[in-house]
Design a protein around this ligand. Structure first.
Ligand code: IMP
Length: 205
């Protein structure tokens, strides 16, 4: 990592709360983190993948090609066993293209209505890809398992966090301080592996 903060890394997400999580967790990296706000002309890439990994690759390759910058692409979501893995890659647009976290949570609660406690298992997954223009460097992923609560609990986190009950904490991700979420979350785990991927890349570069 000899190049210090001279290497630019684009954190390619349009989700402001996710961007904040990525910036917080990666703050100590030896790179200068940029966001899509630094590239106002970049066009959104279509998330056409069937898996989080495919979408993470599409985002990192698509935005690095457009911006010419080393790019982190992340795709994540929640998969519920009782719903055959839904909402999965459709997590952000579960209740419609321009809907809110509240609408997505309401839809999930409705679909899970009547599902007994032991069948309310679910997991979050995060895939993170690193690409430079025209070249995929690698992909890593993290997962965390929990249960879908019967009502919203807590104001923290974002998205489905008030419904994601994490048994070791006996709380939802909406109820715990953000550092406690990062310590065990899908994104926290994927980012730990990402550090290694980036370190190897910077050493070779
Ligand atoms: P993406 O930006 O297309 O990857 O959409 C990810 C979606 O998955 C978000 O909009 C949330 O609905 C959900 N999601 C992913 N990670 C989290 C998390 O850490 N907490 C809550 N919801 C999440």
């Amino acid at each position: 990592m000899s190049r210090g903060k001279t290497t630019k890394l684009l954190l390619a997400t349009t989700n402001a709360k996710k961007l904040k999580e990525l910036q917080d967790i990666l703050a100590d990296l030896p790179v200068q983190c940029l966001s899509l706000r630094d590239f106002p002309d970049a066009k959104g890439v279509k998330e056409t993948g069937r898996t989080f990994e495919e979408n993470a690759k599409i985002k990192s390759m698509g935005y690095s090609a457009q911006t010419g910058v080393l790019t982190l692409g992340e795709d994540s979501g929640i998969c519920c066993d009782a719903l055959d893995g839904a909402p999965g890659v459709f997590s952000a647009r579960f209740s419609g293209e321009f809907q809110s976290d509240d609408a997505n949570n309401a839809k999930l609660l409705e679909l899970m209505n009547g599902v007994p406690d032991k069948e309310r298992t679910a997991y979050y997954e995060s895939s993170i890809a690193l690409a430079e223009p025209g070249k995929l460097i690698g992909v890593v992923k993290g997962q965390v398992r929990g249960l879908i609560a019967r009502n919203l609990r807590g104001e923290g986190g974002f998205g489905y966090d008030p419904l994601f009950f994490y048994p070791p904490y006996q709380k939802t991700f909406g109820e715990v301080p953000i550092e406690m979420k990062h310590r065990v979350s899908h994104r926290g785990q994927a980012l730990e592996k990402f550090r290694e991927l980036l370190r190897n890349y910077l050493e070779r570069a």
